[in-house]
Design a binder for this molecule. Structure first.
Ligand SMILES: CC(C)(COP(=O)([O-])OP(=O)([O-])OC[C@H]1O[C@@H](n2cnc3c(N)ncnc32)[C@H](O)[C@@H]1OP(=O)([O-])[O-])[C@@H](O)C(=O)NCCC(=O)NCCSC(=O)C[C@@](C)(O)CC(=O)[O-]
Ligand SMILES: NC(=O)C1=CN([C@@H]2O[C@H](COP(=O)(O)OP(=O)(O)OC[C@H]3O[C@@H](n4cnc5c(N)ncnc54)[C@H](OP(=O)(O)O)[C@@H]3O)[C@@H](O)[C@H]2O)C=CC1
Length: 522
């Protein structure tokens, strides 16, 4: 990976705005925003065309003693892991005010020889140091009680309110590393349990208790009621139909014909792109690249499977590696962005609904008339009629959903189990279908075409979230299809219960008795 890096990416090593004069000369900083690497030597350094010897530079980083650049050799390299900042101090005359051109040629592993060309304005020392006054951060370990205490103090000074309920958490602060920066505590959301729910899936089979994190009174009760109905029918049949996680870069070519030729070339080199992308992960597998041509723009939608992870980080890294290879091996790309807004991540889209994002998963069941009457006090015709009218309403509204409230159960499950709640934007899309069978019973199905879930990675490893996944036997590897089946089964339960409440008009009454929290709290 990254055997060759285009200059557009290389420039990201340089921290724009870091160039400033010092008592001994000037300094600037590099930050590794690409992948783990090592400096093995300096070929040359020129500032505004003037050459500087390696001896003129000293490297400073938080985790190592200062080193002269002249001492960095292949036998004695300097580690430059991802996110490491290295400040480079130069001894010499200070730089004149204004813009300067830096050209630094470095020897590195695994990039080889790289040439960094950037322009930056020199800043007085004072502006750089005066910026460090904001929210306190501990660069060695920001997840200790001491680091949080500093931020609580800062909050109190700034707002006059000391946090009273954000801490303590049910787990050590360090557990939030990789999930949240500038940590000040945890937002505790009530978690209720519904079920058991009988699922007849290909991966989930049997009865499951469902943790739901919500602040909407009546929600857990409603899902619980829907599950009672489903169980009385012998369970809900759940099926994973498709699996695809995307990143969608865009390339600018000279004109429309050049863009068309580029796409043809990409299609002929699928094997190489697949190899580059998949080298970045043990789990990401590139299965298709969909091209979309507009004028001189070539949009490519990369589709992956991502093991048991939801996969958004994984596909972003894998697609960058493939794009890096493309840029080096295809002449004529004028510009490139890693995301074009066609993924479509965290946004509802018709493309996701048609093509699948995350898991496409369906729940279906037939409810005998007598069971529907007994558990939900409605007739099949009432549910079916309201559903047909709901199609018309949803079509007028331009909704991503012809059902009632898939997002309620999804949000509660996402919060409980550590899914990325912003992905509710696309995950909440739902397509419902119902009919009265020749025997007079109600057949219904609900399909979630873009359900973004994982049982590994993201927030799933946070202790309380992991516990909720474990309650359903869904934490860790080889569980994601099982979890997706359970999720859609839960959503089916909620649709049926609310559909009945709307048809029988007990909807308002249920919220009056369970969902109005009129007292002011603690
Ligand atoms: C991560 C950064 C900020 C680093 O950016 P950087 O430039 O490497 O950071 P830096 O170390 O130079 O620090 C610059 C400033 O960033 C902040 N900062 C920096 N580090 C910390 C930290 N540990 N804790 C708190 N604040 C931090 C802080 O304000 C700091 O200033 P300072 O306080 O040092 O004077 C940058 O690379 C960045 O913003 N990346 C983008 C991350 C992002 O927005 N992710 C969203 C996920 S993508 C997504 O969900 C949606 C998408 C894109 O998929 C939708 C689509 O497809 O369209
Ligand atoms: N970067 C972005 O643009 C965006 C990021 N996000 C964030 O991304 C997070 C999800 O990213 P995601 O990639 O799912 O998670 P992670 O970034 O946590 O990656 C999953 C990690 O688990 C490893 N892994 C171990 N076992 C398995 C297994 N059985 N199946 C799959 N992976 C396994 C993977 O290995 P390996 O290293 O070999 O792949 C990888 O390191 C969300 O929480 C979200 O907040 C959301 C939207 C956009």
């Amino acid at each position: 990976m990254f055997s060759l890096i285009p200059n557009a990416l290389l420039k990201q090593l340089y921290t724009r705005g870091s160039l400033c004069n010092t008592a001994e000369g000037f300094c600037f900083s590099l930050k590794n925003r690409l992948t783990d690497a090592r400096f093995t030597g300096l070929h040359s350094a020129r500032i505004d065309g003037q050459s500087y010897a390696a001896e003129a530079f000293t490297l400073h980083s938080a985790d190592a003693a200062p080193r002269s650049v002249a001492d960095v050799t292949p036998a004695c390299p300097l580690d430059f892991p991802l996110r490491r900042v290295v400040e480079i101090q130069a001894t010499g005359a200070p730089l004149s005010p204004g813009r300067h051109h830096l050209e630094i040629v470095l020897q590195t592993e695994p990039f080889g020889k790289i040439t960094l060309r950037v322009e930056d304005d020199v800043r007085p020392v004072a502006t750089i140091h005066s910026e460090k006054k904001g929210i306190p951060r501990d660069s060695t370990d920001d997840y200790t009680t001491a680091a949080l205490t500093e931020r609580w103090r800062y909050l109190e000074q700034k707002t006059g309110h000391a946090p009273r309920h954000l801490a303590p958490a049910a787990y050590p602060w360090a557990a939030a590393r990789g999930n949240c920066e500038n940590l000040i505590g945890v937002a505790q959301v009530p978690v209720g349990v519904a079920g058991p729910l009988r699922i007849n899936g290909e991966h989930a089979q049997g009865e499951f208790l469902i943790p739901l994190a919500t602040t909407e009174g009546s929600l857990v009760a409603s899902y619980n009621r829907g599950m009672k109905l489903i169980n009385a029918c012998g369970g809900v049949t759940c099926t994973v139909m498709d699996d695809a996680m995307q990143r969608a870069p865009v390339f600018e070519l000279a004109d429309a014909r050049a863009a068309r030729a580029f796409v043809q070339w990409v299609q002929a080199h699928g094997a190489e792109l697949k190899a580059e992308a998949e080298a970045t992960s043990h789990y990401a597998r590139l299965h298709t690249i969909e091209p979309y041509l507009v004028g001189r723009l070539a949009f490519l939608r990369f589709n992956f499977t991502t093991g048991d992870a939801a996969g958004q980080n994984m596909v972003t890294k894998a697609t960058l590696a493939a794009c890096n290879w493309l840029i080096y091996n295809y002449d004529g790309i004028e510009h490139f962005y890693l995301e074009s807004n066609m993924a479509t991540d965290k946004k509802p889209s018709q493309l996701n609904t048609l093509q699948t994002r995350g898991k496409r998963v369906t729940a279906e069941l037939t409810i005998p008339r007598a069971v529907l009457r007994e558990v939900l006090q409605v007739e099949p015709e009432q549910i079916d009629r309201h559903s047909r009218i709901g199609q018309v309403g949803a079509w007028q509204a331009g909704a991503n959903n012809n059902g009632l409230h898939s997002v309620n159960g999804l949000a509660a499950l996402f919060i409980a189990t550590g899914q990325d709640v912003a992905c509710l934007a696309e995950s909440s899309a739902a397509i419902t279908y119902s009919e009265i069978t020749p025997a007079g019973d109600l057949y219904g199905s609900i399909t979630l075409p873009s359900l973004v879930v994982g049982t590994v990675g993201g927030g799933t490893g946070l202790p309380t979230q992991r516990e909720c996944l474990e309650l359903m036997g869904c934490y860790g590897p080889d569980q994601v299809y099982k979890f997706a089946e359970i999720v859609v089964g839960v959503i089916a339960a909620g649709e049926l219960s609310l559909a009945a409440a709307i048809s029988s008009l007990d909807w308002v009454a249920s919220h009056e008795s369970l969902g109005r929290n009129r007292h002011t709290g603690m």
